[in-house]
Design a protein around this ligand. Structure first.
Ligand code: NI
Length: 384
């Protein structure tokens, strides 16, 4: 099966879809144009898309033969960024842009669907295409999973464009691949007093300062140096005037960990440290932890399948096996908590960074991505 040739044959079709989407970027959970557009394309392929939640779309491609169900996810949302590329197909929506390449994800997933539809009679099982809202902010993946989109799915795959590798390259990573994130807010309640009479108050600023410093010792002294972790306090607000002991301090920050065990360990060490320092300093403290995106943990055999598929398609020297995980986050982790699978990277070459107004992925990547997604799903159904 020459998926690369099949993807090349429909390159114009795929590029046009990508450009249409690029001109109409939409905020997370507001992907109304995008989801309608996707439904129309899927219907033109003979599939029966189902609207899911508000803007998600699911379409099942039933092969002619019995077999497993494998899924592929493409995220659809854009970012509130002003496009600065000057391209003829630049965003038509002021202040919104597909600056994370999700337009590339949708177009290549639709192209993979088109390729696999043409092989429907040979497919043993079902391929489910998942078009997901709101990756950037609140985890559309979580809501899709909770609504049952993975029921009956045996393996799930997804991909993201990356500018660290050129078009024609793919990247895979075994095991822990993206960090988990836990934003936090610590509120310290002290007692105000005259700045000259500290013994009558409980200084929230002093307690907060001790907490900021001590939190950094968790990573350096309590966690193993083998497994990286990050605690950052990004804001510290307290006090009203130079001669008043502050009665309140609010610290906000974020944590990054790799793997669920370390995530729970870091959170518990932090809560413990905050409570104990607060007690020692004579103040009260509340720690409010947000359970942000879980890490992405790729299944070993699913990742082997992706690597093998990519090597056969692109050549072994065009497949990067990442030695380290990424510190960024990605809500595909919610899918992987519910079904084995793998999340891989599609090279789009260097341009301005992702999440910037100049981001300009190499469209040549669309052909490679479409072919690779089709081949991964084909192989996941057990076909050679
Ligand atoms: Ni993204």
């Amino acid at each position: 099966m020459d998926f690369l040739k099949e993807a090349q044959d429909i390159t114009n079709w795929t590029v046009n879809i990508r450009r249409d989407l690029h001109m109409h970027p939409e905020h997370g959970n507001k992907e109304f144009f995008t989801s309608e557009y996707i439904c129309n394309v899927l219907r033109s392929l003979g599939l029966e898309p189902v609207r899911y939640l508000e803007t998600a779309v699911i379409a099942d491609l039933h092969g002619a033969l019995p077999g497993p169900m494998v899924a592929f996810r493409a995220d659809m949302d854009a970012l509130p960024i002003q496009e600065e590329t000057g391209l003829p197909y630049a965003s038509k929506i002021p202040g919104m842009m597909h600056a994370c390449g999700h337009d590339m994800h949708v177009a290549s997933a639709l192209a993979a669907a088109k390729i696999l539809v043409s092989h429907k009679d040979e497919l043993p099982g079902t391929v489910r295409f998942l078009f997901q809202p709101d990756e950037e902010m609140d985890g559309g993946a979580k809501r899709m999973v909770e609504a049952g989109c993975l029921d009956g799915v045996n393996q799930v795959f997804g991909a993201h464009v990356r500018s660290d590798i050129p078009a024609g390259y793919a990247g895979v990573r075994y095991g822990v691949s993206y960090a988990a994130s836990n934003p936090f807010k610590i509120t310290i309640h002290g007692k105000s007093a005259h700045g000259a009479e500290p013994q009558d108050g409980a200084d929230a600023i002093m307690a907060g300062a001790q907490i900021v410093t001590a939190l950094q010792t968790i990573v350096s002294r309590r966690m193993t140096p083998i497994d990286p972790a990050v605690i950052t306090v990004g804001s510290f607000h307290a006090g009203s005037q130079c001669n008043i002991i502050a009665d309140k301090a609010v610290l906000e920050g974020t944590m990054r960990t790799f793997g669920e065990e370390n995530r729970h360990k870091l959170v518990s060490l932090m809560e413990n440290m905050v409570q104990n320092i607060a007690a020692a300093m004579g103040v009260a403290a509340e720690t409010d932890i947000t359970w942000g995106y879980p890490g992405v943990v790729n299944d070993h055999s699913s990742t082997e399948l992706v690597q093998r598929s990519a090597e056969e398609l692109l050549g072994a020297d065009h497949v990067k096996v990442y030695a380290e995980p990424l510190v960024t986050t990605e809500d595909f982790g919610y899918f992987l908590q519910n079904a084995p699978g793998s999340f891989y990277h599609i090279g789009v070459g260097k341009s301005a960074p992702m999440h910037s107004g100049g981001f300009m992925p190499d469209e040549a990547a669309l052909t490679f991505a479409s072919a690779l997604h089709a081949k991964v799903l084909w192989s996941a159904l057990g076909l050679k």
